[in-house]
Design a protein around this ligand. Structure first.
Ligand code: UD1
Length: 338
């Protein structure tokens, strides 16, 4: 069994990916400082898969501690690096925090990969690297425009750093550009469980419907889109998890054609905020209390993916759509107990 180090393994996408890795015969090990996650998620992984996953509770910016963790293993085949801060608004308020945390952690992880001869690295990037894209859908060839936030800039910079290091050191690295991950594991045992209040659309919708928030504010209905609200490409977290497992296998089977490659991971469908709310109401039978508010600074008007490259090279296809996302997110909202 190939050992895989997963940073941010207790987090939302990390924990769902760990399930997919286990189901494909990999042996994941987590590193997570629990700054925005709970180790309980690995308990849920155990309930779902029957496999115990160890978490090393250290901060990736703490280089000596990271060194010690890497020295506990001699047979790690690959690293999937999820851990990062991801609140766009907070990154504008605290840019240094984002640059320090997201960049130092990547540098430290790469330093260890190089020292230990770990040749395969997968990085959590984001469609945010495209900035205000005008040519839709975006392909991997679409140029990166200016980042809209320091968060977005950390993703762009991380991609460049990874590209240079992988070429210089001969390591194989992939940047996976996620569109909007949402939804939960079909068992209802695991879903998005941040420590800080969620700001993303789908948890805001489910928390409002569950009475945990007063209302859901639609950030602007005067954009130049079919109903005036912003367009995004929502991808089910289990599809995203599956893409990571396929990406790792792709690297380990030497199917890549260069040291550094990027892949879009979306489902190729643009959905407006108002359509998302309608989908939620349709599949759950709940009436959502929402209101139209002002535009949110930094929001991109519309973005959705072309995922042909992932389909062709990784053999990946999304299996779920917005209805499955809303159904599973609602089930998790009702079950959530950590
Ligand atoms: C952004 C980034 C994404 C990043 C994510 C991290 C872009 C294009 N995307 O996603 O890469 O990983 O942040 O958090 O930069 N909305 C409302 N009301 C709400 C919440 C959201 O109307 O209460 C709207 C937003 O205006 C947006 C859509 O819902 O149009 C999705 O917003 P959100 O879930 O916050 O994700 P992004 O901002 O698209």
């Amino acid at each position: 069994m190939s050992k895989v180090l997963v940073t941010g393994g207790c987090g939302y996408i990390g924990s769902h990916t760990i399930i997919s890795l286990i189901e494909s015969g990999y042996e994941p090990i987590s590193i997570d400082n629990l700054s925005n996650s709970y180790e309980e998620s690995l308990e849920r992984v155990f309930q779902i898969t029957g496999k115990k996953v160890k978490n090393h509770r250290i901060d990736l910016c703490d280089a000596p501690s990271l060194h010690t963790v890497f020295d506990q293993y001699d047979d790690i085949q690959g690293i999937i690096h999820f851990a990062a801060l991801k609140a766009v608004g907070e990154s504008v308020e605290k840019p240094l925090l984002y640059f320090r945390n997201n960049l130092n952690s990547l540098l430290n992880v790469m330093d260890q990969a190089n020292r230990k001869g770990i040749d395969h690295v997968i990085f959590s990037s984001s469609c945010t690297v495209y900035g205000q894209a005008t040519d839709l859908p975006v392909t991997e060839e679409t140029e990166m425009k200016e980042a809209e936030s320091p968060y977005g800039r950390t993703k762009q910079l991380s991609e460049y750093i990874l590209k240079d290091l992988s070429e210089i050191w001969g390591i194989n690295a992939l940047s996976l550009r996620y569109f909007n991950p949402a939804g939960a594991h079909p068992s209802g045992l695991l879903g998005e469980a941040p420590r800080v209040a969620a700001l993303n659309l789908v948890p805001v919708i489910t928390e409002t419907a569950a009475g945990k928030r007063d209302t859901c504010v639609v950030f602007g209905d005067d954009y130049d889109t079919r109903d005036g609200s912003c367009i995004r490409d929502y991808i089910h977290v289990m599809d995203l998890a599956d893409a990571h497992t396929k990406a790792l296998t792709y690297l380990l089977q030497n199917k890549h054609s260069s040291n550094y490659e990027v892949f879009n991971l979306g489902i190729g469908q643009g959905v407006t905020v108002l359509e998302s709310i309608q989908a939620f109401e349709r599949v759950t039978g709940q009436k959502l209390k929402y209101e139209i508010g002002p535009r949110r600074p930094g929001d991109v008007v519309a973005i959705y993916s072309n995922y042909d490259k992932a389909k062709k090279h990784l053999g990946w296809m999304p299996r779920f759509g917005i209805d499955d996302i809303m159904k599973s997110a609602w089930q998790w909202e009702l079950n959530r107990d950590f």
